[in-house]
Design a protein around this ligand. Structure first.
Ligand SMILES: Cc1ncc(COP(=O)(O)O)c(C=O)c1O
Length: 343
């Protein structure tokens, strides 16, 4: 069984974390003269560094104990923290399955970590034969599996993910940013079975709070404690904690929005397939579609001229654009615009 402490950078294991004013006095009443705050105003106090109320709400909503939850300034902060906790710059390695979400590579570069990119197979699934010999690669500390995957939209096979989780000596991060749009199960309930597992989710997608920047990691408590040890003390603002907390209380509204988005997605799939310039609409478990067209650069730029902005993924998956499912009226306009493009 993986001993998490052996995967952590020695300097992180040894470092003494910053102790902020709110760590030293935890009460909520009194005259606060301890944090060099301005005594006037309504936003003058530092936020709760441990986001206790929000974590309790997430814990109830997702059925995972508070001690197994970490919150980041978006998942992007959590990705960076993974590198900083586990990867020795210049020595350690990480692995991703390409094409996938671009921030794993950016964070690897920022942290001077070599990234091994294993191409997904033709169905955009993990190529187990290709990855198996790499699992025993020296100094491989992190493996990122994005499921549902951005930009392909599909979920990875559960058996392949479990094969990797049980067959490696690395931390496996499953990025489930789009899981609420999918009917596949989350891996978050597996954190007790796999001590090397981190499951990332976010308030940016189904919760509709991309501007608020709250990402969630579920993992065993040792991993969570290392994240807590090195995070900036007040990484989630008080307003953002409140906004995310309120969203959880209104999860029924999120469910209704997800249903609407999925209905619109199904309509888009069938209507896009009817359009002449569409070559293929890839199956998607997310709120976006990867669409192969006759000439992605041209389609993308023609859409831009009509003020419809999609994502040109031509350099990542040949002749593909990625289309986020919008409101019904927006999707109508997109379809109408696509029909006017002649190649
Ligand atoms: C797979 C994936 N993970 C993470 C993120 C970023 O999430 P956050 O907004 O929580 O930083 C994105 C954003 O597009 C994404 O596609």
């Amino acid at each position: 069984m993986t001993d998490i402490n052996n995967l952590v950078r020695e300097n992180v294991r040894k470092l003494k974390p910053y102790s902020c004013a709110r760590d030293e006095f935890k009460g909520s009443t009194g005259i606060f003269l301890d944090a060099n705050e301005n005594p006037y105003g309504k936003l003058n106090r530092y936020p709760d560094p441990w986001q206790k109320d929000l974590k309790k709400a997430i814990s109830r909503f997702r059925g995972i104990p508070v001690k197994n939850i970490f919150l980041g300034n978006g998942s992007d902060e959590i990705i960076d923290l993974c590198f900083r906790v586990f990867c020795q710059p210049g020595t350690d390695k990480a692995l991703t399955f390409s094409p996938t979400y671009g921030m794993y590579e950016v964070s690897a570069s920022v942290n001077d970590v070599e990234l091994i990119k294993v191409p997904l197979n033709q169905s955009f699934q993990i190529d187990i034969q290709k990855v198996t010999p790499l699992l025993s690669e020296r100094n491989l500390k992190l493996i990122f599996i994005c499921s549902p995957n951005n930009p392909t939209g599909n979920s990875m096979n559960i058996a392949d993910i479990e094969f990797i989780l049980s067959g490696c000596n690395s931390i496996v991060v499953i990025d489930e940013a789009y899981i609420d749009f999918s009917d596949k199960p989350s891996f978050r309930d597996m954190i007790n079975k796999y001590p090397n597992l981190i499951v990332m989710q976010t308030f940016s997608k189904a919760f509709g709070l991309a501007s608020v920047r709250v990402g969630v990691a579920f993992a065993n408590k040792d991993i969570i404690q290392y994240f807590n040890k090195i995070k900036p003390p007040y990484n989630i603002s008080a307003n953002n904690q409140k906004l995310a907390y309120r969203k959880i209380l209104r999860a029924d509204k999120m469910d209704r929005q997800i249903k609407k988005i999925l209905t619109e997605k199904n309509k888009l799939v069938s209507e896009l397939s009817e359009i002449g310039l569409t070559e293929h609409v890839y199956p998607s478990d997310a709120n976006f579609l990867l669409v192969k067209v006759k000439d992605a650069d041209k389609v993308y730029s023609e859409l831009i001229k009509m003020k419809i902005i999609t994502r040109n993924r031509n350099t990542v998956v040949k002749d593909c654009i990625r289309i986020t499912v919008g409101k019904q009226s927006e999707n109508r306009k997109l379809l109408h615009a696509l029909k006017t493009i002649s190649l």
